[in-house]
Design a protein around this ligand. Structure first.
Ligand SMILES: *[C@@H]1O[C@H](CO)[C@@H](O)[C@H](O)[C@H]1NC(C)=O
Length: 359
């Protein structure tokens, strides 16, 4: 073999060995950072892509797995279990009017002006007596507008995980003190169709364990359980931004993990935001499944994909803005200038006699 050729061969072999080394090294690095990503997965705020719109674009697989997670609405299941007849006499029929529902709206001082006005002008007056706003500042004007139904949680006004858990802890404790049968949480960018909410809740018994909400990720969340040897646990959670409801029976069982600020401690331990912490306590610790209610909608979904003919059947709505584009329901009753969130238009659809609705 000529010297030049031998050198060339040696060079090629050396090159091959080097690239192999680089590959092995890269593989190790990538593997390790993937493990790290998995470990810290829940520490970052889930992005728009992570929490993709469930009701809009079901993957086949998701639909199937959701089906097994969704339970029917056995209105009198608890009577059946207790050996009672399947058709209870009418006087036993449990009526859950909205007076039995504690509604919390999570907000923050910076949004009192912009976000709460459309709520106070539309759906809140329908449930004024049982609705409470949880915020982080004293606001005399809001206090007056809501007839004193504002609670300054003294939590930080940041949108960080611990501040969110802090507010949820106060919401939970306030609900427990209220004696109401249902705890329904919403955000300050939610419109609530109160008639449909009442209808939904009348299908479930508050004496049974119920966690009603809307998931926003396609698969159950997987985390490393730091409290238990880093075991992997997976569970569903109802997105806070879509609203969720918890029966009193379930809320009572949550008490060892949630009352008196313990909710915050659980959130701290596993470093989860408020709605995910709720899912962790209910699904993982208490083994009660999330019942998926498709009529709840968060701003992580595309509002325009809710069919106009189906709008009146939905329970919660939201809105958001991405760059110049508004993510709002497809409804044109009042002008965009007057009604950028579309909440007034929604209210006119459901309550056409309102003074601000066109005749
Ligand atoms: C917030 O702080 C004020 C003043 O110290 C106190 O009166 C109030 O009870 C606190 N609120 C909560 C929810 O703890």
């Amino acid at each position: 073999m000529p010297v030049a050729e031998m050198r060339e061969t040696r060079r090629r072999i050396l090159q091959g060995v080097c690239s192999l080394c680089v590959c092995v090294y890269l593989g190790a690095v990538i593997g390790r950072s993937a493990a790290r990503v998995a470990e810290t997965e829940v520490e970052r705020e889930p992005s728009w892509q992570d929490r993709a719109p469930m009701s809009v674009d079901y993957g086949e697989e998701t639909e199937q797995s959701l089906e097994t997670e969704t339970r029917p609405s056995p209105r009198f299941a608890y009577l059946v279990e207790a050996g009672a007849t399947t058709t209870p006499p009418p006087e036993l029929v449990e009526k859950t009017g909205l007076e039995d529902v504690f509604i919390s709206v999570k907000t923050s001082g910076q949004f009192h002006e912009s976000r709460l006005k459309p709520l106070l002008d539309t759906w809140v007056p329908h449930v004024q007596q049982q609705t409470w706003f949880f915020t982080d500042v004293d606001d005399a004007e809001l206090h007056q507008k809501t007839d004193g139904h504002v609670i300054n949680t003294n939590c930080s006004s940041s949108h960080r995980r611990d501040a969110l858990c802090c507010k949820m802890a106060v919401e939970y404790d306030t609900f427990m003190d209220s004696g109401k049968k249902w705890f329904c949480h919403f955000d300050d960018d939610n419109y609530v169709n109160t008639a449909r909410l009442a209808e939904l809740l009348s299908g479930y018994s508050p004496q049974e364990d119920w966690y009603l909400g809307k998931n926003s990720i396609r698969t159950p969340l997987q985390i490393m359980d730091r409290a238990h040897n880093g075991d992997r646990v997976s569970f569903w959670f109802g997105t806070g931004g879509a609203g969720f409801c918890i029966s009193r029976a379930l809320a009572l069982k949550m008490s060892p993990f949630a009352s008196g600020g313990r909710f915050m401690r659980v959130g701290d331990k596993i470093r989860l935001p408020d709605d995910v912490t709720m899912g962790y306590i209910i699904e993982h610790l208490l083994k009660t499944r999330l019942t998926v209610i498709d009529e709840f909608h968060s701003h992580l979904e595309q509002m325009k994909f809710i069919r106009p003919t189906e709008l009146d059947k939905q329970i919660s709505f939201s809105y958001s803005q991405y760059a110049d584009e508004m993510n709002v329901v497809d409804l044109d009753i009042l002008s965009e200038e007057k009604d950028p969130t579309r909440f007034y238009s929604l209210h006119c659809l459901l309550h056409p006699k309102k003074a601000f609705c066109p005749r």
